[in-house]
Design a protein around this ligand. Structure first.
Ligand code: UD1
Ligand code: MG
Length: 387
């Protein structure tokens, strides 16, 4: 690890960064959120109804404080180093996305607008991207492209849209060309929205990102210690992921049950774009997706409601029973639960307290990430990337 970093001060700064950003975010949140209440930027804590006649008003969009601390830290890092295009474009994309998230908290965009906002946010990263646009085809896909009855029409189609195929490449590399940027855009749409719709109970928005980020950090440490060819990319990834973890933990402290702040869409978009940027500049976007399996499952499971095939109420979060103090699945019609992983968990495990439910879902996230690690390093890698 020491040898991988360009200088010792940079290594020390990176290692200390989670502590620094944690302390700074912890001290800023209570100072700043009263101004949110004053400006009437609050959300009603829907999971506490029944404890009083009125639901509690909780300052919303504390993600703005966390995001600002994170970006300030990165600005200080970038000022202390020679100019770095990946770092500056990442900063720009995260900042832009955080701003768009804040507009969502203020203006409450309809779902179809939310879906396309990340396309704007990822423009800086796309336009400054100078790495390879090639990807490794998983073996089953490679087989379909090169050795199946579908091969010739498929190859012709891929070449027509600008993909450069190389059957002789020992690793099944294909150059996606401009389609690589379509892929980056789709990745950003996924990370931001998937976090935003896996939400509604205290602590879950931040908790899921904390677990995924811990695995991102572990993955980069493994790659660096194994002397991976992309060590420099993983050093970059650590330099962002560690200070990110600090602000996340501070935010979780205030957002944990009973929430003193809500993180808002500002947070979901800021955090989703940060993960995307890590995957893109760290060159591990497919591994990143493996750490977001619960988000992928929740997204796929939600499709009937997102596509309005079945009704989708404004809020799908579980409902609170004031008598028992427990949460149970919410319904879009009598006997029909809203299609979220949160409600599914409640259906399988039975009613739960809000904080227990959040802890269980964070456990599910950790299990999903471990499965992702297995696919990346264990038997999965052989199945997917080798003959
Ligand atoms: C997404 C979900 C919606 C879910 C909402 C909750 C989809 C398509 N949309 O919408 O189903 O209800 O997130 O975040 O799946 N809230 C709580 N407790 C919490 C967190 C949030 O009561 O721990 C409530 C508060 O009233 C808060 C509001 O949710 O003000 C925030 O909702 P918002 O982020 O605006 O909803 P969406 O992201 O549009
Ligand atoms: Mg939201």
């Amino acid at each position: 690890l020491v040898a991988a970093f360009p200088s010792t001060p940079q290594l020390l700064l990176t290692l200390l960064s989670p502590l620094l950003t944690f302390l700074l975010t912890c001290s800023m949140i209570p100072r700043i959120t009263p101004y949110f209440l004053k400006a009437r930027m609050f959300g009603l804590d829907l999971g506490k109804k029944g404890t009083s006649t009125e639901s509690v008003q909780v300052p919303e969009a504390a993600g703005l404080v966390a995001g600002t601390v994170f970006l300030l830290f990165l600005l200080a890092v970038s000022a202390s180093q020679p100019p770095s295009l990946p770092l500056i474009s990442s900063l720009f994309s995260i900042l832009f996305m955080m701003f768009l998230g804040f507009t969502d908290d203020v203006l409450d965009w309809p779902w179809r607008y939310k879906l396309v906002l990340p396309l704007l946010g990822c423009i800086p990263v796309c336009s400054c991207y100078s790495g390879s646009t090639s990807i490794l085809l998983p073996s089953p896909v490679r087989h379909i492209v090169y050795a199946s009855p579908l091969s010739s029409p498929l190859q012709a189609l891929l070449e027509f849209v600008g993909v450069v195929l190389d059957p002789t490449s020992p690793h099944g590399l294909v150059d996606l060309n401009w389609l690589y940027f379509v892929y980056i855009s789709l990745l950003s749409i996924f990370t931001t929205n998937a976090i935003n719709i896996y939400a509604g109970i205290n602590g879950l928005e931040v908790g899921q990102v904390v677990i995924a980020t811990l695995f991102v950090i572990l993955h980069s440490l493994i790659e660096i210690s194994a002397g991976s060819l992309s060590t420099a990319n993983h050093v970059f990834s650590l330099a962002l992921a560690l200070p990110f973890l600090g602000v996340l933990l501070a935010l979780l402290r205030f957002n944990w049950y009973p929430a003193r702040v809500f993180v808002g869409d500002t947070f979901c978009y800021f955090a989703g774009m940060t993960l995307s940027v890590l995957g893109i500049h760290g060159h591990y976007s497919k591994t990143l997706l493996l750490f977001l399996l619960p988000q992928l499952a929740n997204f796929l499971y939600s499709i009937p409601q997102l596509a309005k095939i079945v009704p989708c109420p404004r809020h799908r979060l579980p409902k609170f029973n004031a008598k028992t103090g427990l949460m149970s699945p919410s319904e879009y019609a009598p006997g029909k639960s809203n299609l979220t992983l949160i409600n599914l968990t409640l259906r399988i495990c039975g009613p739960m307290r809000e904080d227990t439910l959040c802890a269980v879902l964070m456990g599910v996230q950790a299990l999903g990430c471990m499965l992702g690690m297995f696919v990346r390093y264990g038997g999965g890698a052989r199945i997917f990337f080798e003959e």
